[in-house]
Design a protein around this ligand. Structure first.
Ligand code: ZN
Length: 555
């Protein structure tokens, strides 16, 4: 509730209950009784010849997470460990709230226009606003927001280092990777290096190309600054592919996008999506929230909430999928998902035309929701996205993004425009890749540091290496909620890791044809339905017939 309706009342409740929830989850995670019982079963012959690998995996992961939760620690060490965990949870909450508050506190008005720096409006303004002064004000405000998070960052890094040390890991990154599907910290750095050398030269060319437009669009002799790049990139996109985001937008009215998404879902996976209204709809936290059933052969197999529009000050930025409930056969429970988005507000006619980026976002989140809803795993602990390692969880979502422009959505984008959009998909690909590498490597470098470091200096070194522009007053880390307020610490690389898998998965469709029913069914059966019941590498091999390589992503 605090992520979609962050009111005073809900915040107070969260603060009131959070310490108790932490204590409870620590007590179960550190229960000697549960731990030794799980170990006993694993060591016994119970699973000999057992075909159900799911329950074995659940127990194995239970033992591992008990170990990560400090089960082996005794006395003072255990107490210290628990104190650190509680403090980290509080720090993460305060970190996220500081970012939300700073974003909302920003107000700027020029020539009667009010500007904001929230996720819904900022990217668009930076692309379309031709007033350099406005862009500079917004850019600096966003890049330097939540400066009060600086001491929290130092504290979080120190506490996580101590936590890893207590558990006997070399550093926090090693602890993080131990729970993921990537084989080692080194394997992650290897991927960074491979992509680094593959993109370096191309990114330099891309940058030169942008800078060559400075004279035309910024004024004679003006040097492009960080707040100009998004604007220039959009002008270059228009020149090269002769379409603007504005032109493309008119084909993506929210209602049509939802309808198109559900159509392609039906084609690919054979399930219907039906909206429930009136008496069939459960109570919701805001009138904009909608409720849908997923139907197969006339039967409801799962449900989901969709919360589409931005709600400034009350809703977290970005987009995400949450599980309201997972499948649990023992209790006869079916999955319920939430898809939370931050679409721009509707116009006076109640319409909302989405930038293409937002269209990809809704397909993305629905991919997560599908993995939650299509699960065939009856054991809740491995159903849906449960037990799917962080760095494999983006496969289902990023995979769905590939279908935004497919004719079967019924979205009426003219063929010729579609071709230009597809060609533009690789527009500045090297630069975007290097931005993700800069974020991923900063994250890894911070969490592999053995002693206290200056986080800002680490960031500057990495960003400079990848050619990312930074202003002197940049405080990007203070709003890097992924790694300080969420679960992506030493895990931001997961996005690239999953992209490698999703590109490789989609290349099977390219080999066998986009209309290949066989591939779609195999994706549903081996990836979406299996969730966390087996190691992602095994499931992937069954779907693809081989391990994923980086080739498709490079292509
Ligand atoms: Zn995602």
């Amino acid at each position: 509730m605090t992520s979609v309706m962050n009111s005073e009342e809900w915040r107070k409740l969260e603060e009131k209950f959070q310490p108790g929830m932490i204590a409870f989850s620590l007590r179960t995670a550190q229960s000697e009784k549960i731990y030794s019982a799980a170990k006993k079963i694993l060591d016994s012959s119970v699973f000999e010849g057992e075909t159900d690998a799911t329950r074995k995996r659940i127990l194995k992961e239970m033992v591992k997470s008990a170990e990560h939760a400090g089960i082996a620690l005794k006395g003072e060490k255990r107490e210290r460990f628990n104190a650190i965990r509680a403090e980290l949870a509080k720090l993460a909450m305060d970190f996220s709230n500081a970012v939300l508050d700073a974003t909302n506190a920003f107000k700027y008005e020029k020539n009667g226009v009010n500007y904001t720096i929230d996720d819904a409006n900022y990217p668009q303004t930076m692309k379309e606003c031709s007033d350099r002064e406005v862009r500079e004000v917004l850019y600096r405000a966003r890049a330097s927001r939540a400066g009060d998070n600086t001491p929290r960052i130092t504290k979080i890094l120190a506490l996580k280092r101590e936590l890893a040390e207590l558990l006997g890991f070399e550093d926090y990154a090693a602890l993080s990777i131990d729970a993921k599907s990537a084989p080692s910290v080194k394997a992650v750095y290897d991927m960074f290096d491979e992509l680094d050398s593959a993109t370096e030269k191309i990114a330099e060319e891309e940058k030169r190309e942008l800078e060559s437009l400075a004279g035309e669009f910024l004024g004679e002799g003006v040097k492009a600054e960080p707040w100009d790049f998004a604007f220039l990139a959009e002008r270059l996109r228009e020149k090269k592919y002769s379409y603007s985001e504005e032109e493309l937008k008119k084909y993506f009215e929210v209602e049509d996008v939802f309808a198109g998404l559900f159509k392609i879902t039906k084609f690919l996976f054979g399930v219907d999506v039906v909206e429930l209204k009136g008496d069939d709809k459960p109570s919701v936290w805001h009138e904009d929230v909608r409720f849908f059933a997923l139907k197969e052969n006339g039967e409801d197999i799962a449900w989901f909430y969709a919360d589409p529009f931005v709600r400034n000050g009350l809703k977290r930025g970005g987009a995400w999928m949450n599980e309201f409930g997972n499948r649990n056969d023992r209790l006869a429970l079916k999955p319920v998902a939430l898809m939370a988005l931050n679409f721009p507000e509707r116009d006076k006619d109640g319409k909302c035309y989405l930038p293409f980026r937002e269209v990809e976002t809704v397909f993305h989140e629905f991919g997560h929701a599908l993995q939650c809803m299509l699960t065939r795993v009856g054991e809740e602990d491995a159903a849906g996205i449960n037990l799917v390692e962080w760095d494999a969880v983006e496969v289902a979502s990023q995979f769905m993004e590939n279908w935004c422009l497919d004719g079967r959505t019924g979205l009426k984008v003219p063929e010729d425009l579609k071709k230009r959009v597809l060609a533009a998909k690789n527009f500045r690909a090297a630069s975007f890749c290097r931005r993700q590498l800069a974020l991923g490597k900063t994250d890894m470098d911070l969490y592999t540091a053995k002693t206290e470091v200056d986080p800002d200096a680490v960031k500057r070194a990495v960003f400079t290496h990848f050619g990312m522009p930074l202003t002197d007053d940049d405080r990007f880390l203070c709003s890097f909620t992924h790694i300080f307020g969420g679960g992506y610490a030493a895990g931001y690389y997961s996005y690239k890791w999953s992209e490698m898998l999703d590109a490789d998965a989609f290349s099977l469709f390219e080999e066998k044809g986009l209309y290949s029913e066989e591939v779609a069914i195999s994706f549903r059966k081996n990836i979406l339905e299996k969730g966390g019941s087996e190691h992602p590498k095994e499931l992937y091999r069954r779907f693809r017939g081989q391990d994923a390589t980086i080739d498709a992503l490079m292509k």
